[in-house]
Ligand binder design. Structure first.
Ligand code: PLP
Length: 383
């Protein structure tokens, strides 16, 4: 193919990362502990405005440990949004707990408070609620937190996609009992792979670090009274994270500019709507997505095919969990109640999936790259 490849969201490195790594090599801290790990925890916690952090091998590991820390086990019900990446709910199943999927609202595409209220009517005693800030847009946190508080159920915030997004001036990830971040390869900052568990209560992050390092009791001999995991972040990886964190705000500004650019470029095409941004928040715009009016006859597949043909990476919206073969056996609640009870298949999350796609949102895209992408999309709509 003649034209260079344009990516959806690829790592953007700066240089400081290598200095922190070099220091780790020079001092031989090539281990799942060390000064970069401690410093990255402190620097990220300071950035987010939360008291404590535990650096882990992935965001998925962080969600898993959040569930362990909150005592979630076999048969416990956990409410999770349907419209998310499977990593949000896989750890629920690792623990033999029972995910109940909650539909999205249309204002932010996140967990619908009305559906959540319905879920509590059918399952009055879940052990936790996991909220996700999809594509970096904060969920309707006030409503969701109020519902959780009134039922005294802990909220876990999967902020894997929303690091640096704020809601009413406060960082996402800091509203729940426990928050988690991811530094996987395509997230807003990356360490190649990694995650962080954050909490206001030190007891939680201490427990996370303990479980992540094989749950060794404080004894000289290797003694264990609990099952542990090998989930700690390495000192090399943490060095990348420290370097990346210095550029997080800059990445956010570039991501937001990409969203604005698309918004303006498609403003004369009423068939296209971009993913909605929470009016009470400041989203990091990790990925810009678009939703196509189904009445216009253009399908997301047509747009994705047109971009694919030009060597431009794009992807569908996350396929909702309630439509996944592996989660077929679990319940799904919309604002009308359980689809098992009312039998209707329509849902906001299903609609967003069927009508949407993620546009290339790589911060290294040049103005020319953006013009190319925009031109191809516009031609799909006869513009
Ligand atoms: C990326 C992601 C995760 C998982 O993070 P990893 O670091 O890849 O394990 C969890 N939830 C959501 C919503 C994600 O996008």
């Amino acid at each position: 193919m003649a034209e260079k490849r344009i990516y959806l969201s690829s790592p953007t490195m700066h240089g400081e990362e290598q200095e922190f790594i070099k220091e780790a090599f020079d001092t031989n801290w090539v281990a799942p502990l060390g000064p970069n790990v401690n410093a990255f925890e402190k620097e990220l916690a300071d950035y987010a405005g939360i008291a404590h952090a535990s650096a882990l091998s992935s965001g998925t590991a962080a969600i898993h440990l959040a569930l362990k820390i909150l005592g979630i086990g076999e048969g416990d019900v956990v409410f999770v949004p349907s419209l998310t990446f499977s990593a949000t709910c896989n750890p629920v199943v690792y623990e033999k707990a029972v995910p109940v999927f909650i539909d999205s609202e249309k204002d932010t595409w996140n967990m619908d408070p009305d559906a959540l209220t319905r879920a509590f009517e059918k399952y009055p005693a879940p052990k936790a609620v996991i909220v996700v800030h999809l594509y970096g847009t904060p969920a309707l946190l006030d409503e969701i937190m109020e519902i959780c508080a009134s039922h005294q159920v802990p909220l876990i915030e999967d902020a894997a996609e929303s690091l640096s997004s704020t809601y009413k001036g406060r960082q996402t990830g800091t509203f729940g009992k426990i928050g988690i971040y991811s530094f996987n390869g395509n997230k807003i900052i990356t360490t190649s792979g990694g995650g962080m568990l954050v909490a206001q209560e030190e007891e939680f992050t201490k427990k996370a670090t303990f479980l992540a390092t094989q749950a060794r009791d404080p004894a000289r001999h290797y003694q264990h009274s609990q099952i542990g995991y090998n989930y700690r972040m390495s000192n090399i990886v943490a060095g990348i994270g420290r370097g990346q964190l210095l550029h997080l705000e800059e990445h956010k500004a570039l991501k937001k500019a990409i969203y604005s650019k698309y918004k303006e470029a498609f403003s004369d095409i009423p068939e296209i709507a971009l993913n909605p941004l929470n009016k009470d928040g400041d989203a990091n715009c990790w990925l810009t997505c678009m939703q196509i009016d189904p009445a216009c006859g253009v399908t997301p597949d047509q747009v994705m095919d047109a971009l694919d043909r030009e060597n431009i990476e794009c992807r569908p919206i996350w396929k909702p969990m309630h439509l996944q073969p592996v989660f077929e056996g679990y319940d799904f609640i919309t604002a009308e109640g359980s689809i098992r009870d009312h039998g209707r298949k329509e849902s906001a999350s299903g609609e967003i999936f069927a009508q949407g796609l993620c546009l290339p949102s790589d911060i290294k895209n040049t103005d020319e790259d953006m013009e190319r992408i925009i031109g191809i999309v516009r031609r799909c709509f006869g513009r």
